[in-house]
Design a protein around this ligand. Structure first.
Ligand code: ADP
Ligand code: MG
Length: 224
């Protein structure tokens, strides 16, 4: 998918409490890109990622996926689009505590009344090293295993693009390294587009295109 974000602005609140979280952010994402966005806490990283993935709508600006402005979709259509075409990985994993790892992974398909491709599910969970953990509940898994389960959930509907919001932020450095290694491996071997947010310079430098965000203003770091 070709993605073109133009002048995305997000303003929270009004009057005294007004915050411009994102200020006219524009970027183009091509199929197969691996992009990192680095910035300090509160700089607008999550706001940007939520807008790029259609989890939220901007105050102004447009977001074109293959020629179509997805903010023109109604909420329900946008949810379906997101579930089928976009994978999202959260810092806090966001697994449902009462569901097993397998149930969490296939949840996006069930919401669309689809059955999982068992061969693909096997490959995915093998690659992520959680194949023997599928009957466990999230609290029975380590942080790294929970995030790897969340990665499988993000990939189960075979999206073209994956957005990850500080995916290693809640992990120790070793589990964080493993998760980054897996994401990079998946990006390369499955030919996905990967957009990752971080405040870690080393992680940012793993990407092919690097952006930074300061006070809601986005710029490309290594643009030639
Ligand atoms: P980051 O992910 O870089 O830490 P965020 O995108 O979460 O930053 O937040 C950017 C700014 O917008 C911060 O000043 C934050 O306090 C503010 N903000 C984020 N979400 C909301 C919200 N729902 N209501 C009001 N202000 C918000
Ligand atoms: Mg954030």
């Amino acid at each position: 998918m070709n993605i073109e974000a133009k002048d995305l602005t997000k303003i929270y609140g009004a009057g005294e409490g007004r915050v411009t979280a994102l200020d006219h952010a524009s970027l183009e994402i091509a199929p197969g890109d691996f992009i990192s966005i680095i910035g300090p806490s509160g700089s607008g990283k999550s706001t940007l990622l939520h807008l790029l993935s259609g989890l939220d709508r901007p105050t102004s600006g447009s977001l074109i996926y293959n020629g179509r402005d997805i903010y023109e979709l109604r909420d329900k259509e946008l949810s379906v689009f997101r579930r089928q075409r976009i994978g999202f990985i959260f810092q806090q994993f966001n697994l449902l505590p009462v569901l097993t790892a397998r149930e969490n992974i296939i949840m996006p398909l069930l919401l669309d009344k689809k059955q999982p491709d068992e061969v693909y599910l096997n490959q995915l969970t093998e690659l992520l090293g959680i194949r023997d953990r599928l009957t466990h509940l999230p609290h029975e898994l380590s942080g790294g295993q929970q995030q790897r389960t969340a990665i499988a959930r993000a990939l189960i509907a075979k999206p073209d693009i994956i957005f990850a919001d500080e995916p290693t932020g809640n992990l120790d450095s070793q589990s964080g390294c493993e998760v980054m290694g897996l994401l990079k491996n998946i990006w390369r071997s499955m030919e996905k587009t990967l957009v990752i947010i971080t405040h870690d310079k080393q992680i940012a430098q793993m990407a092919e295109r690097q952006f930074m965000i300061v006070d809601g203003v986005l710029s490309e770091v290594n643009a030639v």
